[in-house]
Design a protein. Structure first.
Lengths: 142, 155
């Protein structure tokens, strides 16, 4: 695998583990302490931040040409896929509460930065998946 | 001017006018009725008076420019240069609207604090503002690339 594939795999693994652990924690806490205290399980999402260390762990590939036009095209498509997904998520999360709760309801202002936390995670996840789909999930392609 | 420039100018003018009129209306209604009636005006809807942001609907008139300005008659209507301009303009538009979402959400959080509450109407209005920002930035990018007044070299 090249460096980009390894970094993409680390993001996919850390974000997936963080998301799964959060869901499990929220489910367990819901039965024990109920809502909204069960939302403390969202703290496990911090594990996803460990993926940010991967550019330091996986060093730049050796060789004269480290990034060619194909790599640039793959990165650009992956970035567009990630950006498009996070944009769609922001739009859906902004519109769905309006239809569910109705125009006379009010929400906690803490949800606004949380929307972007979710958008950021989804962007990194989709970007990494797009990288792996284009390069290959495990093969040695450059 | 080519068709893209004309459409960009019409979107720019309609969105700018709607934004300016909305701000003026919100300021006037704020002095008369105070907040939040100045923004939403739901209580005023019963007597036929819209809130200040109702005037943003004028910005929607820019969409009719696609029907008003017909496609060119030549054999080549859209070449690679036009495609590149449109791609850059849409990319800039989406970046500007995303930045708008972030600024609105984070500014609200800083103003109200973590324990505050807001009306759920803020969320769809944020999406509407993002769309207006997208149209504005897209139009400006098209005009900056083709030229604001020159003939834009019809494709």
């Amino acid at each position: 695998m090249n460096r980009v594939q390894k970094i993409a795999w680390s993001f996919v693994v850390t974000i997936s583990v963080a998301f799964l652990l959060s869901c499990i924690a929220i489910a367990i806490l819901y039965f024990k302490v109920g809502m909204p205290r069960a939302l403390a399980g969202l703290g496990f999402l911090g594990i996803a931040g460990l993926g940010g260390f991967s550019p330091l762990i996986f060093h730049t590939d050796k060789g004269k040409v480290t990034l060619d036009e194909r790599d640039r095209l793959i990165n650009r498509r992956a970035a567009l896929a990630g950006f498009g997904t996070s944009y769609l998520l922001v739009g859906l999360v902004c519109m769905i509460p309006f239809f569910i709760l109705g125009p006379k309801a009010s929400i906690s202002v803490i949800w606004l930065p949380n929307i972007f936390g979710g958008a950021g995670l989804s962007m990194f996840f989709v970007h990494s998946v797009a990288i792996l789909v284009q390069y290959g999930w495990g093969r040695k392609k450059t | 001017m080519n068709r893209a420039q004309k459409i960009a100018w019409s979107c720019l003018i309609t969105v700018s006018i709607s934004l300016i009129l909305s701000i003026i209306a919100v300021v006037i209604f704020y002095l008369i009725f105070g907040m939040p009636k100045a923004l939403w005006g739901f209580a005023l809807m019963s007597i036929g008076l819209p809130g200040g942001f109702g005037l943003m609907g004028i910005g929607g008139l820019g969409v009719f420019s696609q029907l008003i300005f017909k496609k060119g008659q030549g054999k080549v209507r859209f070449d690679e240069r036009d495609q590149l301009f449109y791609m850059r303009a849409w990319f800039l538009g989406y970046c500007a609207s995303y930045l708008f979402f972030v600024i609105v959400c984070m500014t609200t959080w800083f103003i109200y604090g973590p324990k505050g509450t807001i009306s759920v109407n803020v969320l769809p209005l944020t999406v509407m503002g993002g769309f207006m920002t997208l149209m504005l930035a897209h139009s400006v990018a098209i005009l900056a690339q083709y030229g604001w007044t020159n003939k834009g070299e019809k494709s």
